[in-house]
Structure formats: C-alpha cells, structure tokens
Design a protein around this ligand. Structure first.
Ligand code: ADP
Length: 438
C-alpha cells in the first residue's frame, strides 16, 4: 500500500469518526426538540380542557343542564375548535352529549370534573390536530437529519483531508530523502502553532542535525586521510631506503625499529584525530555525571609528578576549592592530563606549574598556569589547530593534537577553554565547564 493510500485511509477513519460524533450529537438535539414540542402541545390541550371544565361547571351551577346545553351549542357553532362535551348524571347516564358521532375516547384527550350534585362533566379535545403537527414536524426533522448527515460526511471529509495533507507531504519528503540520500531537503513550515507544524519543525531540526553529523564525519574522513599521508609516506620512505641500500642486518634492524615507532605514532594520531572529529561533529558519546574536578586534578598531578621532578619543575596545587562539573569523567581526565602534560613539557628546569580548581557563575573552573616558555603572539591563534606545533616546540615530543582535542572535548561538553600567554614568562590555560546538566 502506498503512503498516499495510507494517509487516505487515515483521513477516511478520521472523517467517519468526526461524522459519527456530529450525527450522534445532532440526533440527540433533534430528539430532545421533538419530545419538548410534543409535551408542550399536550400541555396546551390540557390547559384548554381545564379552562372549559371550569367554565361549564360555573354555567351548570348557575343555570342547570339547560343553560349548559345552550352554552355548548353556541360554542359548537361559533368556535373553530371541536370540543366534545358529555354530562353524566349521578347514575352514570349520559344526559348531554355533543358531537356524539365523534366521541371516541381513543382519539380524544378527556378531562373530567365532578360537580357538587353528583353530576359529572367530561370535556374531550381531539388529538388529531396535535398528531398532524407532530407528523409534519417529524417529516421536517427527518429532512434536517438527512441534511446533517450529508453535511457531516462532506465536512468531515474536507476537514480531515486538509488535516492529513501535511502528513502526506512529510512522508513523501521522507521517501524522497530515503531514495536520493539527500539531506538538504526541508519541509515548508506554516505559521500556525499546532502539533503538525511542531512535527514539521522537529523533522527539519532532525535533518539539520543529521546533515551536520554527516558533514562532520565527511570532514573528519578528509582530515584524517590528509593528516595520515605524511607519516605514512615517511614510514614507506624508511622501508624503501633500507631495502634499496646494500644488505646490512644492522641497517635493517634500525629501519624496522623506526617503522614500528612511526606506526605507533600513526596509531596514536589516528585515534586522536578520530576523537577530535567525533567531538567536533557532536558524535562523541559522552557519559556525563557530576564529577569532582579536584579529584581529577589530584590524579593527573600524581601522574606527572615523576616527570616534573625529573625535569626539575615544581608541580603544585594552587586554589583548591570544591568544584563539581557535569562531564564525562574519562574525558575530563584526558583534558586535565593534556594541559598539565603541556605545562610540564614547555617549562624549563627551575620553573613552576600551578593548578587551580574554582567555581564562578555556577561553572567549574580549571586553571593550569606555568612559568615556562610562553607562546609567541603570532602563534597563539593557531595552537588549537590540528597538527600545529610551535616553532620552538619541535624539539619536544608531541603530535600537535593535544590542544585541538582539549578544545573539541571541552566544547562538546558545552564548556570553553581560553589561554593567556607571555613569551618567556609563561602561559595560563583556563577551562570552564558546566556544573549541572544544561
Ligand atoms: P604538542 O604539544 O604535541 O605540540 P599541542 O596541541 O598540545 O601539541 O600544542 C600545540 C602547540 O601549542 C605546541 O606545539 C606549543 O607550541 C604550544 N603550547 C601548548 N601548550 C603550551 C604551554 N603550556 N606553554 C607554551 N607553549 C604551549
């Protein structure tokens, strides 16, 4: 079944439901109208009968049977309404009967009054006119009901068709995207603030996100393949050089050792580049929890204590306030370790590295300050670039990826990282991280 058929079925179901509800409520209204009309007509007949009974009782009391007979006769002649009158004496004998031929209690509404001398007066009013009115009323209501059914069905159909129209458009857009693989298609968003429009907006937002991820992954793939070309060419060059020279076991040994070292670098580089790309594109899985920043720094300080001691660099705690950050603990350690590693690496013997942990404006702060080489102002904007290494840093080990990873991971957590540096005097890296879920 095609999506148009499915949307059509859905529309039909909605239309039937809508029509059924509309018809049922209209039927209730029609029925109530009919019952009220019928009861008010009956009430009117009773009032007429009661009035007549009262009038005849007075006439009878004042002038007896003869006066009553006269009154009835005059009324029968002059009044448009056909009234039946029967007077029974004490022994239930009919002593006066008007319209004797039409006296049929089955088609009459009859009222009875007992007079003081035991005489009974009965007044009957034909229900024929009432039945006529009600029959005509029923016919009219039948036509009205028919019209209501037609209006309900067409109205329901038109209303639901326009309601399912955006769903139809949405599913055909999804089909096009599946068929073509193009994620740049977007649904037109209407101005109404309704559920369908919200769904359309969410759908567009989802496409934006998917497109961003796909673009990020493509970019990552391009970068990784570009960045790996140099070390792999170097690797190949080393092997080629060894093979091209005179056979020499010692030379081969050295070349293989170089190849292994270069391969390790390539592996580390590959993993770090993938991490950076994942973090930048928003695809990095982050298992966030509330972490004690101080505890993470303590562990990192322990890790670099020996290296710092061996180099003659003093590694210390500075401000040590309680600071909680809502981050992935593994990634937090990675960030902390990278910054401390750089600080120790680029600080000569006799220098000092100080780490502060603090809070400000509801965020957790990590500051790594060193009295090392500092960074040339011309290089400062480029230190976050992939594979960038400062001119004077090339003598140190490194891939030029540490700060790119720090920046990408911190920003993936909704945080930011800043640096201030003065050549020859040292640098301060400041990371601010969210303390709670954003
Ligand atoms: P790597 O340390 O492997 O070279 P990074 O991405 O960590 O790569 O750093 C990029 C560059 O930024 C370094 O090559 C160095 O020039 C500069 N840098 C980073 N941290 C410091 C620091 N604490 N002091 C001085 N220079 C630094």
């Amino acid at each position: 079944m095609s999506s148009a058929d499915r949307a059509g079925r859905f529309g039909l179901r909605l239309a039937v439901w809508y029509a059924a509800l509309f018809i049922a409520s209209s039927a209730v209204i029609v029925l109530i109208t009919y019952l009220l009309t019928s009861s008010s007509l009956a009430q009117r007949d009773h009032q007429i009968i009661d009035a007549k009974l009262g009038e005849y009782a007075t006439v009878y009391a004042n002038g007896g049977l003869r006066a009553l007979a006269n009154t009835v006769e005059v009324e029968q002649r002059t009044s448009g309404e056909r009234i039946f009158v029967r007077v029974l004496d004490g022994g239930s004998e009919a002593v006066l009967l008007s319209n004797a031929e039409g006296w049929d209690p089955a088609t009459l509404e009859v009222g009875t009054a007992s007079l003081r001398d035991g005489t009974v007066v009965q007044v009957g009013k034909s229900t024929e006119a009432r039945r006529d009115i009600l029959a005509r009323f029923r016919a009219t209501l039948g036509l009205v009901t028919l019209a209501i059914i037609v209006i309900a069905l067409t109205g329901g159909w038109i209303a639901t068709q326009s309601a399912v129209q955006p769903i139809r458009r949405l599913s055909s857009a999804v089909r096009r995207i599946i068929a073509t693989g193009r994620t740049d298609e977007r649904m037109p968003v209407a101005t109404e603030d309704d559920a369908i429009n919200e769904l359309t907006q969410l759908f567009n937002a989802m496409l934006d996100r998917i497109e961003g991820l796909v673009r990020g992954m493509r970019g990552a793939l391009d970068n990784v393949s570009h960045d790996l070309r140099t070390p792999l060419t170097r690797l190949r060059g080393t092997a080629e050089l060894a093979l091209g020279a005179e056979p020499d076991l010692e030379r081969y040994r050295e070349a293989l050792a170089d190849c292994i070292e270069e391969s390790d670098r390539v592996l580390v580089m590959l993993n770090t580049l993938m991490d950076i790309s994942e973090a930048e594109s928003g695809a990095m899985p982050l298992r966030r929890e509330t972490c004690d920043l101080g505890a993470a720094v303590t562990r990192a300080l322990e890790l670099y204590r020996d290296a710092a001691d061996a180099k003659g660099v003093q590694l210390d705690w500075g401000v040590q306030h309680q600071a909680l950050a809502y981050v992935d603990p593994v990634r937090l350690e990675q960030v902390t370790a990278n910054l401390i590693d750089n600080a120790v690496k680029y600080t000569p013997a006799g220098g000092r590295v100080v780490v502060d942990v603090d809070t400000a404006d509801g965020r957790a702060l990590l500051r790594v300050h060193d009295t090392g080489a500092g960074i040339d102002p011309a290089e400062l904007p480029r230190i976050w670039d992939r594979l960038f290494r400062g001119d004077r840093s090339r003598t140190e080990r490194g891939l030029g990826l540490g700060l790119s990873l720090v920046k990408a991971v911190v920003e993936a957590h909704g945080g930011r990282v800043d640096v201030t540096s003065a050549p020859g005097r040292g640098s301060t890296f400041t990371v601010s991280l969210p303390a709670h879920a954003l």
